[in-house]
Design a protein around this ligand. Sequence first.
Ligand code: HEM
Length: 410
Amino acid sequence: MVGMSRRRALISGGALGALGALVAASPAQARSLIGWTWSPSGSVAGSGAGADPNWVWDEQADRLLASLFERGVIPQVNELLWDWERNDQPLPDGLPPDLRDFMEQARQMPSWADPDKLELAAEFNKSRGIYLNLCNGPGGGILATAIPKEAQSVYYSAGGADMEDRVAKTSAFGFAVGSLNAYRPDGSCVVECVKTRLVHAAVRHLLPQSPHWQAATDEEIPISQEDMLVTWHTLPTFAMRTMREWEVPITDDEAEAYLHLWQVTAHVLGIADEYIPASWESAHAQSDQVMARNTGPTPEGVKLTDVLLGQLAEQTSPASISRPLCNALARYLVGEQVAEWDGIPREPVWDELIPEVWPLLVKFREGLIPLPAVPEAAWAVDEAVRQYILFYLTKGRQTKIEIPVHNRPE
Ligand code: HEM
């Protein structure tokens, strides 16, 4: 680490200060600055400074969380926020005033949010729930383990030691986004996003203090705006691409509404408007740019994948087929390259079968082919998917997102 750490630079001088410190510190890292060509003209803001998001974090939230840690008030804050659950619910009394001010501002919907599109997106989430849950749950989860920076952050943070709880918490978020009332007053999407924004700022404060994380990475602050975009693309962009591949019928209005839901979600999570893609075309261009430079194998990613697949297999029965089936389903969802990086074992029977039967199940579900056209073996896959989704929704309802106070205990 050079003289002034990036975190200190971030807190004292803002993102530009941190950028300067980095350029001076590492020409190799500085070179990657040249790599960012995606233009803010393709964003929901329509314009912006165009800074490489790899060197931008969440300045306001990060300063706030650092200060809350210094004051030792996070456990109290967690207690106070425990029952803050609905989008329209006033913030609890007793929060530190600076946190209250931040949250009042952070919970505002962006001026460009379109209630009609959000309603259509909610309907789309309902009618396409099975595909979306599959893509955003196991699909997005296993893709994330092939993003080295995310795998390392997750592994060495508190949640890395208890993946069941972490998956449940992430499910609470997924459940909120996918609900019919996501952004309605009685929904919980704003709440989960604002809590998650606080969690991420806490992680930016905590992880740099982990010797294990430091040893594993050459980063000094995790969860940059670019990292957020990468994960975002593993959710809506991946789901839309995958559903198109499966030939799920989707109207243009539905596709636009689904994108809009995730644009609003990105905003409330703390992604700056100048990085949020305004259209699918722009999203795909950004995804092609950021995914290529942010994916690959890590030992942490392999371990996390194994834990995730083990959990997935526990939800399905009978046990004799569950793990091989889950391995093959995961390989089918994320593709050969990611499956290899993540060390997903090959399954001679299911690896052949799933690519054959899943498209038939989709066609049957969409009323495009009659029942006899679906082979018997397909129903084991269908049942596994349904059991998993049930588990995912149930678990998500039983837990709440909280600000971590330590890293992975080792
Ligand atoms: C926590 C969602 C991006 C690392 C969380 C939580 C949610 C979430 C819902 C709370 C659950 C929990 O505490 O376990 C998202 C979404 C993202 C995103 C929707 C982008 C659209 C990222 C990125 C990284 C990251 C890019 C790292 C590079 C973490 C870590 C935690 C966390 C380390 C805390 C785990 C813990 O210690 O408990 N995220 N995340 N997230 N996220 Fe993210």
